[in-house]
Write a protein that binds this ligand. Sequence first.
Ligand code: G6P
Length: 462
Amino acid sequence: MTDIVVVSNRGPVSFRLEGGRPVPSAAGGGLAGTLRPLLAGSGTTWVAAMLGEGDRAAAAEGLMETDGIRVVPVDVEPAAYQMAYDVIANGTLWFAHHHLFDLARRPRFDWHWHEAWAGFRRYNREFANAVIEGAPEGATVLVQDYHLSLLGSMLADARPDLSTVHFLHTPFAEPDMLGVLPASASGELLGGLAGFGACGFHTEAWASCFRRAFEDPALAEAAGGTHAPRTFVAPLGPAPGALAASARDGATRAALKRLEEAVGGRRIVARVDRIELSKNLLRGFQAFEELLETRPRWRGEVVFVAFVYPSRESLAEYTGYRSEVEHAIERINERFGTAEWTPILYDPADDYPRSLAALVSYDVLLVNPVRDGMNMVAKEGALVNERDGVVVLSRRAGAWDELSGSALGVNPFDITGTAEALEVALLMRPEERRARAEGLSAAVRARTATDWLDDQLAAARR
Ligand code: G6P
């Protein structure tokens, strides 16, 4: 594994300052959390951005080794980082790939935006330089996610000895949606990706969007007639052993006890998500409201446990969405709540043991994204749940491909349909719940995180 280089925006460890000293804190984000245990002790190099003063202090003290992974920190100048991460990666590419643009108003490609694109290019260039200088001869380079899409052509030009792969954890935009970007940007994006030896996706649907971009006349012209690179499909799954151990540990069991007390023996509909536009929280709460409104039997009987926590709050779209979500929760709780019963249990703390406790104890797990690369919550829930819980799953989540045999599918835009699915799940007979829960767990166990990593290595070496 010493000839493997992983490259991602967030690294496996990040530091905060305590009394002026750098102290490690678990890195946020699902990707780092999944890859880190797979690579522990392997001697792999991991190139990642420095995310603040804590990381800078740690790097200055040479503390960037963790679990036998050698971390190479990339120190992008803060203004360029902000433009790359906020404006382009999360404010533009994330929105394009998830089809989240509110097209009557946004996006607006003005000179500020073009300047931000130049910052994004600089950020990619800094990462490319770190790999170009540090990767051993003939190394395999696994680049993760949309932040680093431009790296392919940069690495191909300077280090043709490397085997490079890009793996995208989001969906890929339909050609029409990618065509919303200025031609200069879509062209540079496709050209950057085309420089990789292979590009990987969680499902065939996203791989197909990607290949079709190169066949679209306007996009192809913008990309200067570049051909699509090889593509491969490698769905990511949780590491079942590590997840089961966390679900059994003391912190999770203590959180479970507290949750059970709060719910008071009622049925549990749960969701665990970042407060994120693609996750479709608003329609999820509106569906629960419709359930309570049109089927009064459920009033006082069910608690919607919403352990959803803030994310990317430097973007106005996210803070605005958070306040819409909080208003919806307040309104529904005021409308239906009683002295004994709060319909929606909401707490925006990012508390992993408590999130896991919700997954262990749901009767129904609602996962209704408008578009989602994979969705690990659906898979983690299926593995750790102890109540034969039913998963109500958007057909637009990548996970639908593997879980459609045993989950209840919903159109994420259809609030009435989602309310119906919640009721079907709540009324399901125990034998059917058991059969579906077993089907879900078997489907998830069929693909582990190790398989996903192996597929990337195989794609690089082909
Ligand atoms: C998405 C991305 C992940 C990322 C996560 C958190 O799921 O695909 O790569 O870890 O969001 O995003 P953040 O912006 O907090 O790193």
